[in-house]
Design a protein around this ligand. Structure first.
Ligand SMILES: NC(=O)c1ccc[n+]([C@@H]2O[C@H](COP(=O)([O-])OP(=O)(O)OC[C@H]3O[C@@H](n4cnc5c(N)ncnc54)[C@H](OP(=O)(O)O)[C@@H]3O)[C@@H](O)[C@H]2O)c1
Length: 305
């Protein structure tokens, strides 16, 4: 199976390039700018023509939730128009697309986990641009799987887990919100799920595939405080690193929070359709901390005289 991912330096794309090449059944390619610019039709055509993938995965996008409020054109250009270009180019070659979306398509006011059929109602520009992207992908390519995920963390680039760890190592006391609920998702776990779905798409006739929108996130619900606590427990266990951690409410933040009180995603539809379930979120946070601390200690060894 030949898989082409659009995007290469992002958290999920980096996890894809760590995981996919190790799988015997997969020839994995990730191309980002300038080789593949999702806003440039010619570069999209060229990448698809050169690689001739069996499945295209869109891992590129505008992901700055707060930044999107002041850069709406860019957010829509990437998350909506760029997604459409990819979906159209794939459709012309009869190639299915797996597109990554977000829980920000909901307003976060529901009191229980969101299911795929819940009414979307994004309250941020980022969420609106991602919802527009979902609509474009659905229109452009009937062979689509849209995976809504959230709270991505990984050893690649900056994320909540690496921020907490860095501040802990600097001895900074931490105050973390304990009133927003979601599903922390470890990028390598999401990539495993994407690859399972991709394998399903290429092993069955198209009419047997339940194309559509699915939720794909770490199993179990947490607050950001819960995630920080898990980082504390694991880093204490691995390195004896301890830090002071207090729970606060989001109202105590100094910056305006474009965050939802509840973005919990019910992922049972993915499991029923494809037999795919992501591991418990705690496992992902623990693996992420272990990876970050291992990289950190090998860097300090190589820096030592
Ligand atoms: N992070 C999350 O918590 C989260 C949650 C839900 C959904 N998602 C979705 O998952 C997808 C990937 O997210 P991520 O967290 O891995 O993203 P990320 O780390 O912010 O990386 C975004 C990637 O998009 C690439 N990109 C930006 N503009 C591009 C263009 N014009 N052409 C090609 N590539 C371009 C960037 O490339 P450069 O390296 O060249 O800048 C970067 O590699 C996005 O669609 C995002 O909306 C993310």
């Amino acid at each position: 199976m030949r898989i082409l991912a659009a995007g290469w330096h992002g958290q999920i794309a980096s996890a894809f390039m760590q995981t996919a090449p190790g799988r015997e059944d997969i020839s994995a390619f990730a191309i980002g700018r300038p080789g593949l610019d999702i806003c440039e039709p010619r570069s999209v055509e060229r990448a698809l023509g050169d690689i001739r993938p069996d499945v295209l995965i869109n891992l590129a996008g505008y992901t700055e939730v707060d930044g999107a409020e002041s850069e709406p054109e860019l957010a829509f250009a990437l998350n909506s128009a760029g997604a459409r270009l990819l979906a159209e180019a794939a459709a012309r070659r009869d190639v299915p697309i797996i597109h990554i979306s977000t829980s920000y398509v909901f307003d976060g006011q529901k009191r229980s986990a969101y299911v795929e059929t819940d009414q979307t109602h994004p309250s941020t520009i980022y969420g609106k641009s991602k919802l527009a992207g979902e609509v474009e992908v659905q229109r452009a390519n009937p062979k689509h799987i849209i995976l809504r995920t959230e709270w991505i963390h990984s050893p690649f680039g900056r994320c909540f887990v690496s921020n907490i760890l860095q501040r802990a190592q600097l001895g900074m006391p931490l105050k973390v919100a304990n009133d927003q609920y979601g599903n922390p998702t470890y990028a390598p776990h999401l990539v495993d799920a994407i690859l399972e779905v991709a394998a399903y798409l290429t092993s069955r006739p198209p009419e047997d595939i339940p194309w559509g929108v699915y939720h794909a996130a770490g199993s179990g619900t947490a607050t950001w405080y819960d995630v920080a606590r898990e980082v504390l427990v694991k880093s204490e266990q691995l390195r004896g690193l301890s830090f002071s951690l207090d729970a606060i409410t989001s109202a105590e933040y100094s910056t305006p929070p474009h965050r939802s009180p509840n973005s919990e995603l019910d992922c049972s539809r993915l499991e029923q359709a494809f037999g795919v379930k992501l591991p418990a979120w705690q496992t992902g946070v623990q693996e992420c901390v272990a990876h970050l601390l291992a990289v950190d200690s090998s860097a300090s060894r190589s820096d030592s005289p």
